[in-house]
Design a protein around this ligand. Structure first.
Ligand code: NAI
Ligand code: MN
Ligand code: ZN
Length: 338
């Protein structure tokens, strides 16, 4: 089989590898589609501190079960599945309280262990979620990015009475937007970004109002309309954003951060306590595959709005380079396998 392997930073090869056999409790997935994410590019470029090389990248993938390991029912053969990249121990403290996404021995497919940019991938059977027939392949491959939004919104329980501000109209901002509008029916969702084309995508994904915050100050734009967001999600993840969000937020608002920057940021406690703000963080997803599959079945979200390009896996380098260079035209880029 062919696999997309990052041998070391900046060195990607499409390697011929032996077909892997599923171990006990595992299934083998014949990959059909995979999505390129910022973290794939970070591992390729050597910017992911968690990555070990050589590595088959890819943690957003969909395919068909074509072999099962010991202890796995043969009934699973042929199932269409999306794979949750989060592998957890099941018994540490975070696992015991329903947060396997921060398991003390967390393994993420495509980061710590070989992932889905491959014609075949072996994964724990419990990570392979059955996709109902009514959900097309192109939507099935998008379950993982939407689980990030499900995790974010799961922290804050949005209601139709909320006014939300999202920083960033990249894939993460857009999935969060669709969840807030489509699932939780949030009254007003405002999206801020620096790129007009991305703001246009946000508008198409249901944003009520978009602001280019490189052209105008977010603070004065919101003040002019008398808006104090009750939910703020930082899906742009610059270290300066948290303090700005604290000052823009309504009293009693909830803020969610998603960034992994190691740069310090300065925040003023008075701004938090004075308004009794709740600040949450969100990493990966905690058991959100069934949640997103349900959203898809009910037609509450529309992943096709995010997909801008599709490449055969043999052109993976072109695909990643386009993804990295052209934020104006590019959002989610898919790879086809087999
Ligand atoms: P992206 O780079 O495609 O999108 C980020 C967007 O933010 C860009 O459109 C950019 O123009 C905009 N932006 C940058 N600075 C801004 C500012 N000051 N104000 C408003 N907009 C600004 O990235 P993607 O894939 O959407 O991911 C966003 C972030 O989320 C990344 O930093 C990534 O590391 C993080 N992430 C976190 C996850 C988690 O589970 N916590 C999962 C996936 C991504
Ligand atoms: Mn991803
Ligand atoms: Zn654990």
């Amino acid at each position: 089989m062919k696999s997309v392997v990052i041998q070391k930073p900046d060195q990607l090869v499409i390697e011929e590898r032996a077909l892997p056999e599923p171990a006990a409790g595992e299934v083998r997935v014949k990959v059909q589609l995979a999505g390129i994410c910022g973290s794939d590019s970070h591992i390729y470029r050597g910017h992911n501190p968690f990555a070990k090389y050589p590595r088959v990248i890819g943690h957003e993938f969909y395919g068909l079960i074509d072999a099962v390991g010991e202890g796995v029912s043969p009934d699973r053969l042929g199932q269409r599945v999306s794979v949750d990249p989060v592998i957890s121990c099941g018994h540490c403290y975070p696992c015991s309280i329903g947060k396997p996404n921060v398991c003390t021995s967390l393994v993420v497919l495509g980061v710590h262990r070989d992932g889905g940019f491959s014609q075949f991938a072996v994964v724990p059977e419990r990570n392979a979620f059955v996709i109902p027939d009514a959900i097309p392949d192109e939507n099935a491959v998008m379950v993982e990015p939407f689980t990030i939004a499900a995790n974010v919104t799961g922290q804050i329980n949005p209601t139709d009475n909320d006014i939300a501000l999202i920083y960033g109209a990249g894939p993460m901002g857009l999935v969060t937007l669709q969840a807030l509008k489509g699932v939780y029916k949030v009254k007003q969702v405002i999206v801020a970004d620096r790129i007009d084309e991305r703001l246009e995508m946000a508008r198409r994904s249901g944003a009520d109002w978009v602001i280019n915050n490189s052209e105008q100050s977010l603070q004065s734009a919101l003040e002019e309309k008398g808006i104090k967001p009750t939910i703020i999600v930082d899906a742009a993840c610059h270290p300066s954003i948290l303090q700005e969000a604290i000052s823009l937020a309504s009293p009693a608002a909830r803020i969610v951060i998603m960034g992994f920057s190691s740069d310090p940021c300065q925040i003023v406690q008075q701004g938090i306590t004075g308004k009794e703000l709740s600040i949450f963080s969100s990493r990966l997803n905690a058991n959100k595959f069934p949640v997103v599959i349900d959203w898809l079945e009910r037609g509450l979200i529309d992943p096709t709005k995010l997909v801008t390009h599709k490449f055969d896996y043999q052109h993976v380098v072109d695909a990643i380079e386009l993804f990295e260079k052209d934020q104006r035209k590019c959002c989610k880029v898919l790879l086809t396998f087999n």
